[in-house]
Design a protein. Structure first.
Length: 428
């Protein structure tokens, strides 16, 4: 049980573990946990767990040895495993530790092995299957019920779906012949950038992912069977990686590293030379217009492209998305039409031409700052927020390592700002 829905901001207030050997329960453990933060009134009403109840409870750090003993070498099973696993991982990260286990989700499994139910929430599914839940929305009540649910699925698993999922994850992966399997097993389930290295340590492919381990395994289980990666397989001798925490920084780092090292198998990303752009111009009669043209040193485009084809395709999509058609000029006066066109182009500009973007870092007690200067990407740097006075811009700038700008990087930052509202923006 937790104080909220996000591992990033929520804390664990109760943990229960039921150890099952595939036939029966062999051990149980349960403990309240002091979250070191007030429990929301809604959570308290739902779970019955109050601040007073956890005031003398052990901290998460206190129960880590027990969690390690009960879970190491075992499979982490939970109803909506992503939620539970994410919270445990985050609590470990707060302590500077790593929690990494194979895991199974009984929500996903039950949809395949117990089809036909109107709802797959734990409460409704257990009601349909006549599985009693004692103390619903308490850790042990839910864990014990999940153990019974899992038993039923094992007995209904005629096609051995569970066994297939529990096979060594490397069994289905076609590892490069020169790569040590131990290298893959050491990969983290973290956000960052990874590098495939040849026998001389040269970077031959660079990628990024929210889960480095899962992405690399997907390369080896499917991608390396494709023609695109077939030639690369024999040249991979080692894997390096760098954890970033921030998805935005991972994507910026990937783009920069590809330009810097020009890996031989990142063909598409390394060949980018910009020749065309989309420009906002004004016609003789005062109407504004968007046009795809060759780049010119005296004019700033809204976007840059590697070819005329891509510029014209993007322009067509832009006009379609914002309903910008020639006949619009007949319906609107000059000012109204130009204003509509201007609004359509705002997505290509930063809200503030000079600003700092603060995002999550590599560890719980770290953040990262990305610098936008004069409407261009200027670099990033990691920092400990406890040593920055109230988000002071000058202090934050001192952590920024200068980096080179490209149209790709600007587009990456704009894309992340448009799809997420979790960043802290500091105009300067």
């Amino acid at each position: 049980e937790t104080t909220g829905g996000s591992p990033r901001t929520g804390r664990i207030i109760e943990v229960a573990i039921v150890v099952h050997n595939g036939k029966r329960v062999i051990e149980e453990y349960s403990s309240l946990v002091n979250p070191e933060t007030p429990i929301d009134s809604f959570v308290a009403a739902l779970t019955g767990i109050t601040d007073d109840m956890v005031s003398d409870a052990p901290s998460f750090e206190d129960i880590v040895p027990t969690i390690d003993r009960l879970t190491k070498g075992r499979v982490f099973v939970a109803h909506n495993a992503r939620f539970d696993y994410g919270f445990i991982k985050q609590e470990y990260r707060r302590l500077g530790k790593t929690f990494q286990r194979r895991h199974l989700c009984t929500v996903k499994l039950s949809k395949k092995l117990l089809p036909g139910h109107a709802s797959y929430s734990l409460g409704k599914l257990c009601k349909d299957l006549e599985i009693p839940i004692k103390n619903r929305h308490r850790a042990m009540g839910d864990a014990a019920a999940t153990a019974v649910l899992f038993e039923k699925m094992m007995f209904n698993d005629k096609k051995q779906l569970i066994q297939d999922l529990l096979k060594d994850e490397l069994e289905g992966a076609i590892l490069p012949p020169n790569l040590d399997a131990r290298t893959v097993k050491r990969l983290p389930e973290e956000t960052g950038v990874y590098y495939f290295l040849d026998d001389k340590g040269n970077k031959i492919y660079i990628g990024k992912s929210r889960n480095i381990r899962a992405r690399i395994l997907s390369h080896f289980s499917s991608d390396l069977q494709s023609a695109r990666f077939r030639d690369m397989k024999d040249e991979i001798y080692d894997i390096a990686f760098e954890v970033t925490g921030s998805e935005l920084v991972a994507e910026l780092m990937e783009a920069g590293e590809i330009k810097r090292f020009m890996p031989k198998f990142n063909r598409a990303q390394r060949r980018k030379k910009y020749r065309y752009g989309i420009f906002l111009t004004e016609t003789e009669n005062g109407f504004s217009k968007l046009q795809a043209e060759l780049l010119h040193p005296d004019r700033n485009p809204l976007l840059k492209f590697t070819s005329k084809k891509w510029a014209e395709r993007a322009l067509s999509e832009l006009k379609k998305k914002y309903s910008i058609h020639p006949d619009e000029k007949e319906k609107l006066d000059i000012e109204a039409y130009n204003q509509k066109l201007l609004q359509a182009t705002q997505k290509f500009h930063f809200k503030h031409p000079n600003m700092l973007i603060v995002d999550e870092g590599r560890t719980f007690d770290e953040k990262v700052v990305i610098y936008i200067k004069g409407g261009e990407y200027a670099g990033y740097g990691f920092f400990d927020p406890t040593y920055v006075t109230g988000g002071d811009p000058e202090e934050l700038l001192s952590y920024v390592k200068n980096d080179f700008d490209t149209p790709d990087k600007r587009q990456i930052v704009r894309k992340h700002l448009q799809k997420r509202n979790k960043f802290e923006l500091i105009p300067i």
